[in-house]
Every structure is written in C-alpha cells, then in structure tokens.
Design a protein around this ligand. Structure first.
Ligand code: DGL
Length: 274
C-alpha cells in the first residue's frame, strides 16, 4: 500500500494548489490528479450535480489504486465528503476542516472572512465549522464567482485579474477582519493580488497548507507513507478539458517541467458513476 499514489480531485486546476503543498511536504509520494475542467465551474451548480461528478472522479482514481483521496475542492467537499467517506475503503480528506483550523489558530480579534464559490458560501459550512471551534467569532462570507474562470483561463497574472479582485472584494470594505480564508482551491493562484488589495495586516489562509499536514498525519498514523526515496516518481494528471492548457498552468504553478497531462472525455468519466 505504501508505494501507491495519493489521489486528488478538483473541478479544474484549483486542486493544484493543494498538490503543491503536498509535494513540498511529502516529496516521496506519487500524485494522481483529475481536474474536471470541461464541467467547470462547479460553484454555481446544484450540489446534487457536484456530488454526482465528484463520485465519478473519485471512482476513476480509486480504480487506479490510490491509497488516500484528497477532495482538493471546497465545493466538492461540501457536496461529497461524507458520502465518499462512507463509501470508500480508503481515507478521504476534504479541505474545509483544515482551512477552518488554520483560520481559528490565526485570528487574534476573532473577526474572520471567508471567500469561496456560491455553492460553498451558500452552504455556510465554513461559518458553521468556525463557530464550533470559536463560538464568539464574527464571520463574514462572500462569494467571488469570477475568480475561478480567471484562473482556469490562465489570466491570474493579468491586469484584468486586479480589477476583478477589487470588484469582488468590495463587500469587505470597512471590515475589521484580521484573517481571510481562501475557501476555494483556485484562489491561492490570486493570492498576491488579494494580499495587495488588503495590505500586509490581513492574514490569508490557504487551506492547502494545513491539508498537506493532515495528509501526512493520516498516512503516518496508518504507516502508509512512501519510504522509498529512490527512483523517479510517476505523477499522473488527467483533465476533462484541453490537456495543453492544463499542462501550462500546472508547470507554471508547480514550477516543474516533468508534468504529463492526459485528456479524459466527460463521456468516459460518466462511466465511473457507480
Ligand atoms: N476549486 C473549487 C473549490 O475549491 C471549485 C471551483 C469551481 O469549479 O467553481 O471550490
């Protein structure tokens, strides 16, 4: 079991922000990833659709022999974490619990902001989990629906990204929050623009960092960490969108040239809907 890969799924390239943290912390682990860019964005979809798609992506990875699954998407975590934890025989980790823990640990004044997709924000999942750990916290949650398409289109370094970020973050004007959770895995690609907008006094939480620690803890507890430091790793990336577009963003974000991406059609994914 130890040499088997860790699986990651997302609606597109966003989960790469979690992969990046896992690669940093656990460089001996092999990564299998599926990004459903053809059906992106998941944020505005009914959670029942997101659940259906997430089950397909998870089954594809399970059939490839992964030893642990990371739902590297907040919207899919809301829609499918409990179902997949019940259905699968391997450990399944989402990103919301770790993002919550990191935010609560970071905030001094207990005023915490959350940004995410419509699905995540409407579910109120972050607020519920934050209040469980810190009952007198003040949480302001804002959906930023345009961020995901900017990232998927590889426009996250363009001038356009700056104006979209300023517009979507306007609801926080006058806010006294000291901590903001990037509650969508696509958003860390916009992290420096978001940080510039708010200034250095605001702490941004990338749940990927804490999720990587959780992956390490679970694997270590079950004695499932890959101890084979020798030999090259065979990471595999699938996308239901164009492979070249995904590869460009993955190479740029992960700062690696050895990224191989394979296209998988939506019709193929639908066969995993058992
Ligand atoms: N990256 C995803 C998330 O963390 C979803 C983005 C989307 O497809 O709307 O919520």
């Amino acid at each position: 079991m130890n040499k088997q890969p860790i699986g990651f799924l997302d609606s597109g390239v966003g989960g790469l922000t979690v992969v990046k943290e896992v690669m940093k912390l656990l460089p001996d682990e092999e990564i299998y990833y599926i990004g459903d860019s053809a059906r992106n964005p998941y944020g505005p979809r009914p959670l029942s659709d997101v659940l259906e798609f997430t089950i397909q992506l998870a089954n594809l990875l399970v059939d490839q022999g992964i030893k642990l699954l990371v739902i590297a998407c907040n919207t899919a975590t809301v829609a499918a974490l409990e179902v997949l934890q019940q259905r699968l025989d391997i450990p399944v980790i989402g990103v919301i619990e770790s993002g919550t823990r990191a935010a609560v640990a970071s905030s001094q004044n207990k005023k915490i902001g959350v940004i995410g997709t419509q699905g995540t924000i409407q579910s109120n999942e972050y607020e519920k989990q934050i209040l469980k750990l810190l009952e007198d916290a003040e949480v302001q949650s804002v959906a930023c629906p345009q961020f995901v398409s900017i990232v998927e289109k590889h426009q996250y370094e363009d001038e356009l990204a700056k104006s979209v970020v300023s517009k979507e973050l306007e609801p926080f004007l006058g806010s006294e929050m000291d901590t903001l959770v990037l509650g969508c895995t696509h958003y860390p690609l916009l992290q420096s623009i978001i940080q510039d907008y708010f200034g250095e006094n605001l702490t941004l939480i990338d749940p990927g960092v804490e999720t990587a620690i959780q992956v390490q803890n679970v694997l270590s507890k079950k004695d499932m960490l890959n101890k084979a430091t020798e030999g090259s790793k065979q990471h595999i990336f699938y996308t239901s969108g164009p492979a070249d577009k995904f590869e460009k963003i993955a190479k740029h974000w992960l700062k690696r040239s050895d990224i191989q991406v394979q296209h998988i059609a939506v019709e193929e994914l639908q066969k995993y809907g058992r």
